[in-house]
Write a protein that binds this ligand. Structure first.
Ligand code: FDA
Length: 424
C-alpha cells in the first residue's frame, strides 16, 4: 500500500475514511474479497492509537468477552446492538490472525492480551495486508467534502455514488465506510468528521462525552489534598451514585481495580472504568478496603491494642493516605483503645463508603475513548450500513458502542470492521 497522488476523479468499489484500527482492518478484508478499495486519512501515519495503546504494546483484545451479554463490557444507548458483530468475529478470530501473522502476545490480568513487542508489529501487519490486496491510500489527505451524486431516475433522482473530495483529488464509489474514530486525543488526529458526515446524511448521533478518563476534583470541596497524595495507589471498589435514574445504570456497575491519586484528582483502572458511566452531578462511592469489614477489623484491633489508630490503619492502607484520612478528625488521632465506638464506626464508614463528587474529567486530551456517537438505531447490526442511506457504513469508535478498559474497544473495531467488510 503506497500513498498515491491522483488529481483526476478515481473510481473505487468502496472508500474507507480513517486509517485507524477499524479502517485498516476493514480495507484489508474488503480488498481481500476482490474489491477496489481507497483508504483516506488526514494523518501522516496510520493507526496512531494502536501505536500508543497499552503502554506501546497494544491491548488488542480480551479473552473474557461474552457476546450474549454485551452490557458486561460495552456501553451503548442500544446495548444489544453490538451482539451480532461480536458473535461473528470473536477475540479468538483475531487471536488466530495474530498467530498466523507470527505476532507474539501474552495475557495480562483479566483476559487482556498484549503484544510481546512494540505495537508497531500489529500496525505493520495491518498495512502489509492492505498492500497485498492492492488497497490504495491517500494520506495525508484532508477530506474537503462528502456528497452523493443524484442520478436521474424515472420520476425522482436516484441516489448514486458517494463523492469524496480531498486535498489529493476526488474519488467516487457506491459504498462509503466512515471509520474516523471518536474525539479523544485530538493531537494525534481525532476529529468530528464522522459525526458531521452522519448529520449531513440525516443519521442521528448520540451526544458524546469523554470515557476511560481521569476525574478531577476540587480539593476545597472534598477536604482532600490530592496533590499531596499524588502517586498513591491501592486496590478499591468503586461505583457511581447517579444523580437521577438512568437507563444505562439499571444494574449497579461496580469495578474492583486499582485507584491512583493524581495532582488534580483520581485515575487508575478503577476510575477510568467508572468514568465511562459517570456524568456531571453524579457522586462516586469508593470502598478503600474491598472485600473486608473495616468496622470488624477496627473493633478487633481496639480489643487487643493500644497503638495509635493511624498505625493500625496503615497496616491496611498506604501510609500517606492513612495519615491524610486520620488527620480529618481529632477523635481519630489517638491510641485506638481511647477512640469511641462511634468514632470507629465513622472511620469505617469513611474507609468503605467514601463519597465524593467529581468536578469533571481531564477531557478528550486524556480520554482513551469517546462515549456516544453515531446512533446504532440507524444502523444494521449485521452490516453497520445505515438503514436510510444504502451504501453508507459506520464502524469502530465513531459508532455509539464503547468498550471497557481491557482490549474491548479494539475488539469492537475489528468486529464491526469485519461485519462491514463482508457486506461491501
Ligand atoms: P481510530 O481513532 O483508531 O482511527 C481513526 C482514524 O481516522 C485515525 O487514523 C484518524 O487520523 C482518522 N481521521 C480522523 N478524523 C479524520 C479526518 N477529518 N479526515 C481524515 N481522517 C481522519 N483500546 C483497546 O481496546 N485497548 C487498548 O489498549 C487501548 N489503549 C488506548 C490508549 C490510548 C491512549 C487511547 C487514546 C485509546 C486506547 N484504546 C484502547 C482505544 C482504541 O485506541 C480505540 O477505541 C480504537 O483505536 C478505535 O479505532 P477506530 O479505527 O474506530 O478509530
Amino acid at each position: 500500500m503506497s500513498p498515491d497522488r491522483d488529481n483526476q476523479t478515481a473510481e473505487f468499489d468502496a472508500i474507507v475514511l480513517g486509517a485507524g484500527a477499524a479502517g485498516l482492518f476493514c480495507a484489508g478484508e474488503a480488498a481481500q474479497r476482490g474489491l477496489r478499495v481507497l483508504l483516506v486519512d488526514h494523518g501522516r501515519k496510520v493507526a496512531e492509537k494502536i501505536r500508543i495503546s497499552g503502554g506501546g504494546r497494544c491491548n488488542f483484545t480480551n479473552r473474557d468477552l461474552d457476546p450474549r451479554a454485551p452490557q458486561r463490557h460495552f456501553l451503548s444507548a442500544n446495548p444489544n446492538f453490538c451482539r451480532s458483530a461480536l458473535a461473528r468475529f470473536t477475540p479468538q478470530h483475531f487471536i488466530t490472525l495474530m498467530q498466523q501473522a507470527g505476532i507474539a502476545f501474552h495475557e495480562k490480568h483479566k483476559g487482556q492480551l498484549f503484544c510481546d513487542e512494540r505495537a508497531q508489529a500489529l500496525i505493520d501487519w495491518l498495512v502489509e495486508r492492505c498492500t497485498r490486496f492492492a488497497v490504495q491510500r491517500w494520506q495525508p489527505a484532508q477530506v474537503l467534502a462528502v456528497a452523493r451524486e443524484q442520478l436521474p431516475g424515472q420520476d425522482i433522482c436516484v441516489p448514486g455514488r458517494f463523492c469524496v473530495q480531498t486535498s489529493m483529488g476526488e474519488a467516487r464509489a457506491p459504498q462509503l465506510v466512515v471509520a474516523t474514530g471518536g474525539l479523544s486525543i485530538p493531537k494525534i488526529g481525532a476529529s468530528d468528521l464522522g459525526y458531521r458526515i452522519a448529520r449531513k446524511f440525516g443519521v442521528p448521533v448520540v451526544a458524546q462525552r469523554p470515557g476511560l478518563v481521569p476525574l478531577v476534583f476540587s480539593p476545597a470541596q472534598q477536604g482532600v489534598d490530592f496533590a499531596a497524595l499524588a502517586g498513591v495507589a491501592l486496590p478499591v471498589r468503586v461505583r457511581v451514585q447517579p444523580a437521577a435514574a438512568r437507563p444505562d445504570m439499571r444494574t449497579a456497575v461496580v469495578f474492583d481495580e486499582d485507584l491512583l491519586f493524581t495532582h488534580r484528582g483520581l485515575s487508575g483502572p478503577a476510575i477510568l472504568q467508572i468514568s465511562s458511566y459517570w456524568q456531571p452531578g453524579d457522586a462516586l462511592c469508593i470502598d478503600l478496603l474491598p472485600g473486608q469489614d473495616a468496622l470488624a477489623l477496627l473493633r478487633a484491633a481496639k480489643a487487643g491494642s493500644r497503638k495509635q489508630l493511624v498505625n493500625i490503619v496503615a497496616q491496611w492502607l498506604p501510609q500517606r493516605l492513612t495519615e491524610a484520612i486520620v488527620a480529618e478528625q481529632p477523635q481519630w488521632q489517638r491510641p485506638i483503645d481511647q477512640v469511641s465506638d462511634r468514632a470507629l464506626t465513622a472511620l469505617a464508614e469513611r474507609l468503605q463508603r467514601w463519597q465524593l463528587m467529581p468536578n469533571g474529567s481531564e477531557g478528550y486530551a486524556k480520554a482513551e475513548v469517546t462515549v456516544g456517537g453515531v446512533d446504532t438505531q440507524a444502523l444494521s447490526s449485521k452490516t453497520m450500513e445505515c438503514r436510510q442511506v444504502p451504501g453508507l457504513y459506520f464502524i469502530g469508535e465513531v459508532v455509539d458502542v464503547t468498550g471497557w478498559l481491557g482490549g474491548y474497544n479494539f475488539q469492537w473495531a475489528w468486529a464491526s470492521a469485519y461485519a462491514c467488510a463482508q457486506a461491501l
